[in-house]
Design a binder for this molecule. Structure first.
Ligand code: NDP
Length: 277
């Protein structure tokens, strides 16, 4: 069994971004907007801001009060769309309920959409002509690359079909010429499907849902899930202690996909910067 060390791969990626940034006169700029004061979202925004500083990016952290109106938020996005200093714009999700998330995402210029959620960027990914790709699935692709395993023709099962992880993940694997099955909460006989998979990616949000005897011996298992147990411990969607006994490769939680998501956000900001000059 091999561990895919997301922390290390992310550190290598950040180091290579920093090397590039050190050679640039104008620094790539990332703006992160947080609406409200949800502690988990605030922590994510702080981590993103720190990561920017570490690689030498220009960064703007914009905190808006919880009662910010849709018009105020759209006008902030418009200012950032027109700012020469800013190459990437990210609005931290989830937004307070009175705001329309979809129109906020669509208001971000697709050229600065470093989360890769704008319909234009999702469309490009679907057409296998990607530009800015959703960070978590792209980070998973970097981790799969690090295993050295050829993805062409492999049977992949993606569990979870959200717009931010499962769907773009399935698309990434298809673009890599794998054969992809995508599962959701209505899928029948999930364990039978998983047993056939060479590569499993799980993004559901149910602690330790995936059991050891559901996995084909030697498979690669990528655990995107982040769940906090009552005792405060963070665990993934995979029952790691049991699943690790059968796999070829597995990602831990924490220290797996999480750090890759932030490093990939920096990578996307550099891509947006390079496309602009
Ligand atoms: P969502 O809640 O948006 O989507 C969950 C998906 O899982 C849905 O498609 C749902 O199906 C499916 N699902 C629910 N129950 C089952 C089941 N029993 N069997 C199969 N599929 C099921 O979650 P997200 O995609 O946003 O996040 C998933 C997890 O990944 C969370 O734990 C989240 O914290 C984590 N995450 C981690 C990131 C990281 O950087 N490591 C980044 C983003 C998310 P249906 O469509 O039918 O409802």
């Amino acid at each position: 069994m091999n561990i895919i060390d997301g922390k290390q791969i992310a550190q290598n990626l950040r180091a290579s971004i920093k090397l590039k940034v050190d050679t640039l006169d104008r620094k790539p700029g990332l703006a992160v907007i947080l609406v409200g004061n949800d502690p988990a979202s605030a922590a994510y925004v702080r981590n993103k801001d720190n990561a920017c500083k570490e690689v030498g990016f220009y960064s703007e952290k914009i905190n808006k009060p919880v009662n910010t109106t849709q018009a105020e938020l759209l006008s902030e996005i418009e200012r950032l769309n027109n700012s020469d200093k800013i190459d990437g714009i990210l609005v931290q999700l989830p937004l307070p309920k009175h705001l329309d998330t979809n129109s906020v995402i669509e208001a971000i210029s697709p050229k600065k959409d470093v989360d890769g959620f704008h319909s234009e960027n999702i469309g490009k990914l679907m057409q296998n002509k990607p530009f800015l790709r959703p960070c978590t699935p792209k980070g998973v692709m970097t981790m799969l690359e690090a295993t050295g395993v050829d993805l062409v023709g492999k049977n992949c099962v993606v569990v979870g079909a959200s717009n931010i992880v499962g769907r773009p993940m399935a698309c990434e694997l298809l673009n890599a010429q794998a054969t992809v099955t995508i599962c959701n909460s209505k899928t029948k006989n999930l364990s039978t499907k998983l047993k056939q998979a060479d590569i499993v990616v799980v993004a559901v949000g149910i602690a330790k849902m995936i059991q050891g005897d559901w996995i084909k011996p030697g498979a690669i298992v990528i655990d995107v899930g982040i769940n906090r147990l009552d005792n405060g411990r963070l665990v993934g969607d995979v029952d790691f202690e049991f699943v690790k006994r059968v796999v070829g490769w597995i990602t831990p939680v924490p220290g797996g996909v999480g750090p890759m998501t932030i490093a990939t956000l920096l990578e996307n900001t550099l891509t947006a910067y390079e496309a602009k000059i």
